[in-house]
Design a protein around this ligand. Structure first.
Ligand code: ADP
Length: 768
């Protein structure tokens, strides 16, 4: 709903309110309520509709708007999420990729330093070169610190970041086959050769002398076996020969042999180099290691052969007391761990069905207890190396693999996001999906488990880091944009905290909801009040109508009888003084009654208009009561009622309006006489106690029901239905009494037991 509908609704509500006012005005002008009482409820119903309908419409609209607001908030959040995605820079993919691959450089630099620096023989030129370069040292120490920060779970060994080149077998380049398998030459031996071979290995017993072994070696050589097989036989011979030689000579010989026989495999598939190195290392126990041994040990480490861990342990034991060499072994152990990780990742990649010949570019694998995102980069990547201080660039046709643990991918995305400086509302989270793998980000970005508001796809365009770190050599960058399977990821903006999103709206909702409810309630209360006052006005109107007819009735009867008696007297129809006197007495009586009635009506009118005035003066209330009773006696006698005066105090002085109080007393006595059956007694009296004066009038009439005892003091109120009413009266006597007494700060009370008469008491406070 838009603003136009809102304005229409408001205009409609205003029109209804105006119509209600107009209707009310017309009604007042035509006097609908008074003229046609039966139509009154209907008119009121219309009024109610006109009053309440706009309120109800406004309230309904208010609540609708509040609820609608919720949808608006949702739409805004949605819009904000889309905006965030759209405002991400075009090179966001490149940003994330460079954040991810920057760690390669840190690790590459450090590992070159380990391999060519720390792992080298202490006196070697390269080691001295690396370790002597303070600039390089500080770079490396920074790299290690950065890597430690990137991998909080990395305690020891190599950091979980793996990078290697594939060889044509789908294994990391320059690495021993693992586990070793019998060499091809063993299968190609002829029967004779095999016979000679088995004789040779059974003769190659520990402690065998050269002279005893040599014939077997010769016999095997004479069968002309393949060269590698001959090399194994030569190794047996060398081992036997060296048994009696000095350690220095033996070690040297084994090292020479190892160098010469590079690539040759023993019958178990273990390279002869490794076996020769193991022998050299054993003999080094007595004569100590040398540079040549150390170089071979490092090569062995990098090939990660089956013997490498054991050989490194042995070397560690050998150089326990030599700090630089111990440090060197430690470096080799780290390098070995990395090579082993490379092997495991290569195996994991192979298990996914990936073949290095089919160059897919990226995939997720599980290895070493983690999930790894592996980017396999196809061929034609340039790799740099240094040969005698000159950079030589070669084209490498093997694919390069880089594997990043999931936590690092998350971290790279977080870094890239932080770099874009996007302000995320607190209720938003971000998650990534890289090649179908969801990447949960650390707080405060984390949003994987929540609903997605907007998503965008980006390409990880790597600002290629060089394939192998050329150390101090020139670096090169190869753009990866043209890679066939150039990694793609999805960034999702998610709603993580729905209640927080609605928090402000809920606050407004509470305020406006309360306001609407309050106004609806006050309109309803106003309506009830209006209805009650309407009812009251209606009752009053009825009572007034009755009053007019009662007054007319009350006036007509005495006037008619006075006129009749006066006419009779005038025409001389009434003869005799006693009869005439009786007529005169009647006329006087009726006139007094009429005066009293008119007095009451006038008083009532003055009271109603607020014009009634009282003149207070010191008055003897005992005398006033006595006179009033005397005054009323003929009237009581006429009604056949005994009017009795209770014994009075001598005098009861008070400052009162004597005339008004007498009128009040007359009204009470008139009512008592009116309601008393013939022959009953009406008692009037006065008491005074502690300054409080009580004037009372008691009768033995029908009494007043308890529920009516309050109401009889209201104006126009009369007991019973209009038609069945036996007593005369217009219903204002007691209301006049009440007003007079109130003007004296007193109160008028009634005690009545239906069937047992009533007692009215005027109580005046002390000081009156
Ligand atoms: P009214 O002109 O009808 O007497 P009042 O205001 O004097 O008007 O009295 C109101 C009503 O109180 C009377 O209509 C009558 O029903 C009732 N009432 C007043 N006094 C007595 C009484 N002494 N005994 C019984 N009913 C009484």
């Amino acid at each position: 709903m838009d603003e136009r509908i809102l304005i229409l609704i408001l205009l409609g509500a205003c029109a209804l309110a105006w119509a209600a006012r107009y209707a009310r005005k017309r009604q007042e002008l035509s006097g609908a309520v008074r003229q046609n009482p039966k139509r009154a409820p209907l008119v009121f119903l219309w009024q109610a509709v006109f009053i309440l309908l706009p309120v109800a419409v406004m309230a309904a609209f208010g609540f609708w708007a509040i609820l609608h607001q919720r949808r608006v908030v949702e739409q805004e959040a949605q819009q904000r999420a889309t905006e965030i995605i759209q405002t991400l820079p075009d090179d966001f993919g490149r940003l994330s990729a460079s954040s991810l691959t920057q760690y390669d450089a840190y690790k590459g630099g450090w590992f070159s330093f380990l391999e060519w620096g720390v792992a080298g023989w202490p006196g070697s030129k390269t080691r001295l070169q690396y370790l002597g370069d303070t600039n390089e040292l500080s770079i490396i120490s920074n790299s290690v610190t950065t890597l430690r920060a990137a991998f909080p779970d990395w305690k020891d060994g190599a950091p979980p970041l793996v990078q290697f080149l594939f060889d044509s077998n789908g294994l990391p380049q320059n690495m021993d086959v693992f586990p070793p398998s019998p060499p091809p030459w063993l299968l190609t031996l002829s029967a004779d050769q095999y016979q000679a071979w088995t004789s040779l290995i059974s003769a190659d017993r520990p402690g065998q002398t050269v002279s005893n072994l040599l014939p077997f070696v010769r016999e095997f050589r004479d069968t002309h076996p393949p060269t590698t097989a001959t090399a194994v036989a030569d190794f047996f011979r060398l081992r036997a020969e060296m048994r009696d030689k000095s350690s220095m000579i033996a070690m040297q010989s084994f090292l020479d042999f190892a160098r010469e026989q590079e690539g040759a495999l023993s019958e178990s598939g273990v390279p002869l180099t490794s076996l020769a190195l193991a022998e050299a290392l054993r003999r080094a126990n007595e004569c100590g290691p040398n540079e040549k041994l150390w170089e071979l040990l490092r090569t062995e480490t990098m090939r990660a052969g089956i013997l490498a861990p054991g050989l490194l342990d042995q070397a560690a034991g050998l150089v326990r007391r030599n700090a630089p060499l111990s440090e060197s072994v430690r470096a080799m152990q780290i390098l070995l761990a990395d090579r082993q990780a490379q092997r495991q990742l290569a195996q994991a990649l192979a298990q996914t069905g990936y073949s290095p010949k089919v160059l897919t570019t990226n995939l997720w694998v599980s290895a070493l207890g983690r999930r790894w995102f592996c980017i396999v980069q196809p061929d034609t990547i340039r790799s740099g190396t240094i040969v005698s201080n000159k950079s030589i660039w070669m084209t490498n046709t093997y694919p390069e693999v880089r594997c990043y643990p999931k936590s690092l991918v998350a971290q790279a995305f977080t870094n890239a996001l932080a770099e874009t400086k996007i302000a995320l509302p607190q209720y938003f989270g971000v998650s990534f999906e890289l090649e179908t793998e969801p990447i949960p980000l650390p707080p405060p970005w984390d949003g994987t488990s929540s609903e997605t508001l907007a998503a965008g796809r980006f390409h990880m365009s790597l600002p290629a880091i060089m394939l192998s770190n050329p150390g101090n050599g020139p670096r090169t960058e190869t753009p990866f944009e043209d890679m066939p399977g150039h990694p793609e990821f999805t960034l999702r903006i998610q709603l993580t905290d729905r209640p927080l999103l609605y928090a402000r709206q809920r606050q407004l909702q509470t305020i406006f909801g309360s306001l609407i409810a309050l106004s609806a309630l006050s309109a309803f209360v106003g309506f009830i009040a209006a209805y009650r006052s309407f009812q009251r006005q209606k009752e009053l109107s009825d009572l007034k109508t009755n009053f007019v007819s009662s007054v007319s009735h009350e006036l007509r009867a005495p006037i008619a009888s006075v006129r009749l008696m006066a006419e009779n007297l005038e025409s001389g129809k009434i003869a005799g003084a006693p009869k005439q006197n009786e007529y005169f007495r009647f006329i006087v009586q009726e006139c007094r009654r009429l005066s009293s009635l008119i007095e009451n009506v006038l008083d009532f009118s003055r009271i109603e208009q607020g014009r009634k005035q009282y003149a207070f003066e010191q008055t003897d209330l005992a005398a006033l009561t006595r006179i009033t009773v005397k005054l009323m006696e003929p009237y009581a006698a006429e009604k056949g009622v005994w009017l009795k005066l209770e014994p009075l105090p001598e005098s009861v002085e008070a400052s009162v309006d004597g005339q008004a109080l007498q009128q009040a007393l007359v009204n009470l006595i008139d009512n008592a006489v009116k309601h008393s059956p013939k022959g009953e007694t009406v008692t009037a009296g006065i008491t005074s106690q502690d300054g409080t004066i009580k004037l009372f009038v008691a009768d033995h009439g029908p009494g007043i029901p308890r529920g009516e005892q309050e109401k009889i003091f209201e104006r126009f109120y009369r007991l019973g239905s209009e038609l069945r009413r036996e007593t005369q009266g217009v219903g204002i006597g007691l209301s006049v009494v009440k007003h007079i007494v109130a003007a004296h700060n007193g109160r008028v009370m009634v005690q009545s037991d239906p069937g047992h008469g009533s007692r009215f008491t005027i109580e005046l406070p002390p000081g009156k």
